[in-house]
Every structure is written in C-alpha cells, then in structure tokens.
Design a protein around this ligand. Structure first.
Ligand SMILES: NC(=O)c1ccc[n+]([C@@H]2O[C@H](COP(=O)([O-])OP(=O)(O)OC[C@H]3O[C@@H](n4cnc5c(N)ncnc54)[C@H](OP(=O)(O)O)[C@@H]3O)[C@@H](O)[C@H]2O)c1
Length: 168
C-alpha cells in the first residue's frame, strides 16, 4: 500500500473557511484531478459534505469517507468509522495509491499516525483568512522537489507552486 496526501494551503497553512475552499484555481483543480484519477481518495465527512452534489462522488476514483457515525451512508462511497479500519482494508492494495484528500482533521490523523509516504502540497501565495489549517510537520524528515509552478492569470486568482515531499 502506498499512501499519498494531497492538499492546497495558503501562506498561513490555511486550507478552508466555512467548510469550503477559499480560492478559485482551476489549474490546481486540474492537477488534483489528474493526480488522483483511478486511485482511492480518503476524505473526512465534512470534506465530503463540502463537495457540491453534482461533483460527488468524485468520478473515476474510489471515494472513501471517514465518519464516527455508524449509520452514515453515501451513494457510491465506501465508509469507515476509523482511520485504522480504512488502512487495514487497503493494506494489500498494490495497483492503486491511497490518497488522503482532507480536510484538516483527516490530514492531522494521517500525519500523526505516520501513514503518509509522500505529500503533494500546493502552496498558494496569498492570505485568505482561513478557519481550518494544515498541521505543522517536521520538514527535516522529507526531501522536497518542485512539481509545478503557475503564475496568477485571468483564470487563476493567485500564483502557486506544487511541491512533492518524499521520505528521506
Ligand atoms: N485546501 C485543501 O486542499 C482542502 C482539502 C480538503 C478539504 N478542505 C477544506 O477543509 C475543511 C474541512 O475540514 P475539517 O477539518 O473541518 O473536516 P474533515 O477533516 O473534512 O472531516 C471531519 C470529520 O471526519 C470524521 N472523522 C474525524 N476523525 C475521525 C476518526 N478518527 N474516525 C472516524 N471519523 C473521523 C468526523 O465525521 P463525523 O462528524 O461524521 O463523525 C469529522 O466530523 C473545509 O473547509 C474544506 O473545504 C481543503
């Protein structure tokens, strides 16, 4: 099993506000889609709720939702009541990568429990006044390479860089 984490954060490590994203960056959305297509995407129940109904489940990916609510159902999605149960279920997966796609609680859980093998972080070069943050993590444990940079333009309201972190 390979576990990747993918996130976009602003200059304050902000990832969201009022259970929504804070920016309009179609080029970063495209990167997210291309990177996760065909894979397993693991998200918190609040993140799932934040996705507009017409876009969920995210197409051509196995959508996994974590919730403590044992009665929760969502059409076309796989549900687990703990991160441990989720990781146990995919431990023998060899074809697909397990992508942790947020939000804040789920990122924190995955990093704390050391499940993550690599991270794709989009650093958005603006401040947005977030209410949800990406956790601090020990940068000395990771090699970093730049995957992509994009300037602000008529369709993308801020410049950003995508960095890939792999374990040293
Ligand atoms: N910028 C980005 O890349 C990015 C990516 C994703 C999301 N976001 C943003 O992040 C925000 C949402 O993040 P969030 O931290 O509020 O919520 P979240 O992490 O998406 O979901 C939290 C929920 O996950 C479930 N959960 C948490 N820990 C669990 C555990 N140990 N076992 C089982 N279930 C567990 C609980 O669901 P129940 O309450 O149902 O039990 C909890 O309420 C939104 O603003 C969203 O737009 C940003």
């Amino acid at each position: 099993m390979k576990v990747s984490l993918i996130v976009a954060m602003d200059l304050e490590r902000g990832i969201g506000k009022d259970n929504d994203l804070m920016w309009h960056l179609p080029e970063d959305m495209k990167f997210f889609k291309e990177t996760t297509l065909g894979q397993i995407v693991v998200m918190g129940r609040k993140n799932y709720d934040s996705i507009p109904k017409k876009y969920r489940p995210l197409p051509k990916r196995e959508n996994v939702i974590l919730t403590r609510n044992t009665d929760f159902t969502a059409e076309g999605c796989t549900i687990f009541n703990s991160m441990e149960a989720c990781m146990e279920a995919y431990k023998n997966e060899t074809e697909r990568t397990v992508f942790i796609i947020g939000g804040g609680e789920i990122y924190k859980l995955a990093l704390e429990k050391d499940y993550v093998d690599e991270l794709y972080i989009t650093h958005v070069n603006e401040n947005y006044g977030p209410d949800t943050f990406f956790p601090e993590f020990d940068l000395t444990q990771w090699n970093v390479e730049t995957v992509k940079t994009h300037e602000k333009d008529e369709k993308n309201e801020a410049s950003f860089s995508v960095l890939k972190y792999t374990r040293k």
